[in-house]
Design a binder for this molecule. Sequence first.
Ligand SMILES: [Zn+2]
Length: 285
Amino acid sequence: MMKTRELKRTLEFEGIGVHSGKGVRCRLLPDTSFRGVRFLLPGGPPRLADPFTASTPNSTVLEWKGERVATVEHLLAVLHLLRYRRVMVEVQGGELPILDGSALPYFEALSDPAVFSPGEEEDSGPFPSPLRVQEGEGWAEYSPGGPFRVEYGIRFPHPAIGELTWRGEINEETFGREIAPARTFGFLKQAQELRKRGLALGASLENTIVLDDQGPLSPLRFPDEYVRHKVLDLLGDLFYLGGGLTGVWRVFRGGHSLHLALVRGLLALPSGPLASGAPPSQGGA
Ligand SMILES: [Zn+2]
């Protein structure tokens, strides 16, 4: 059995959308009428976040019939890791604020004992079957058993990155210290192309590690901050499993689309929650 958390009061985050470049706002509200996490957009009914939504290589976008919320992964990583339930995420501006580019502001706010109370005990055991998915040179695999552990490898043909691996057990303490502060990163060379596609319009040195041909244009928080941020993005994409914060998760050259392929695959396994007819716990009423 695992202890969950519920919000005691409303939290508000304001900033800019890294992709839209516009001012955006989100409020997290206690939601006693629903056991999971839902999204509320202006004028719409509450929406469930599930993994069968659109995703782009640059952020995870939730989409429901014309309504969309972009860049949800950093907040969802924190809500998932801290096992928050009964939360309504009210979004104005179609995107969550990028803040400093990491999950640290969300983590600091949501791990403050003044904002939560203990929720119900939850029986969210591990996913019993292993699974591996592959996309091009990238792969992601899950092996059940043991505490929640991530091994993540990246390879970028850039002199400041090259090949980096992060390995470790993830719990509230290690997440807050080693993963939550890691910021998103991007390449100056690609910025123009992204902007033409209407992406990264809000990216700046305030919220992104920007690399030119030589290296980062601002100081790093960790020498391997890039791969730590990929671990953060993975955790955000594992949110849709509802629980399952156990076992070993290995990814090489991953991204949102590969993470989501692993999540969808696990949910659809004969031993997974979709096959048994029971929704993942985030989706349960
Ligand atoms: Zn990210």
